[in-house]
Design a protein around this ligand. Structure first.
Ligand code: SAM
Length: 259
């Protein structure tokens, strides 16, 4: 059973693709529509479907049945129950790979990259990931302090990720920061950077794996303090300036090889 078999029941409700992320992904992806792209850790297929609707053929790799079962069927998307570390695909059978907020879930990063490289050869690899060095700047860690250690131990640093990509594929990788829009529609961990109330909603929290890792005391404590600070105006006092911003660089990054 994977983490998302336990927490992913309502994932498709809160983790809808964000059109700004989708646009950036399509701009970065250099292969032409009609190419085949593997979507590693495809979840419920929210970005797979964007690619399919733009003409790509998508091979969606997803280990969790709970996640796969929420996917909207599409003729251009073929689903595989598999882990990144052991892809059920032939050598050089796809033109490119995308890995959207999923690489940090792989047990063995190097093996996952070796497998992706085996399947796409010199094709492009595009990751949407998080720079763990940014986490201590995010106000949410004030309420949930274990988030800092968790993110630092879960996500590879961007330098290490580039190094691993270079050693396994021989390709250099470019990095583009992706500041989050204030009205992000894909409710991942930093969705509430300017909308703290969102974290009080259990449906939003259920789609964010970090929340499933807090122990009950930290979770209850953090939610209680956040709710209190919102009522008293303390949150607005400290961080209210964020509500005026359209975008904020919480630490999300596109990391990708050349085509
Ligand atoms: C945060 S979700 C992201 C899903 C999707 N890419 C999206 O952006 O909505 C991470 C996904 O990675 C999957 N996953 C976990 N371990 C994996 C592995 N070793 N190989 C491939 N996918 C994995 C999880 O089941 C989950 O669906």
């Amino acid at each position: 059973m994977t983490t998302y078999d336990a927490i992913g029941n309502n994932y498709a409700q809160t983790r809808k693709s964000d059109p700004r992320i989708a646009t950036a992904l399509l701009e970065i992806l250099k292969c032409s529509p009609a190419s085949s792209v593997i979507d590693v850790g495809a979840g419920t297929g929210s970005y797979a479907i964007v690619l399919a609707e733009h003409g790509y053929r998508v091979l969606a790799i997803e280990p969790s049945a709970i996640m796969r079962n929420q996917a909207i069927p599409h003729a251009a998307i073929e689903w595989f129950a598999a882990f990144a570390e052991s892809l059920p695909l032939a050598n050089q059978s796809a033109d490119a790979a995308i890995i959207m907020l999923a690489f940090h879930h792989c047990q063995d990063h190097q093996q996952a990259l070796r497998e992706i490289y085996r399947v796409v050869g010199d094709g492009q690899i595009v990751l949407f990931t998080y720079d763990p060095e940014k986490i201590s700047e995010f106000w949410l860690t004030h309420y949930f302090p274990s988030l800092v250690a968790d993110v630092r131990s879960t996500f590879l640093s961007i330098e290490k990720l580039k190094f691993e990509i270079k050693s396994i594929t021989g390709a250099g990788a470019e990095v583009i920061p992706f500041p989050l829009p204030h009205n992000l529609t894909d409710s991942f961990a930093a969705v509430g950077w300017a909308r703290p109330e969102l974290y009080l909603d259990s449906a939003i929290r259920n789609g964010i794996s970090s929340f499933s890792k807090f122990d009950l005391t930290e979770l209850e404590n953090g939610l209680f303090r956040l709710e209190e600070d919102l009522k008293t105006g303390e949150w607005n006092q400290q961080y209210g300036h964020l509500r005026q911003q359209q975008k904020y660089d919480v630490g999300y990054r596109f990391v990708f090889t050349a085509a």
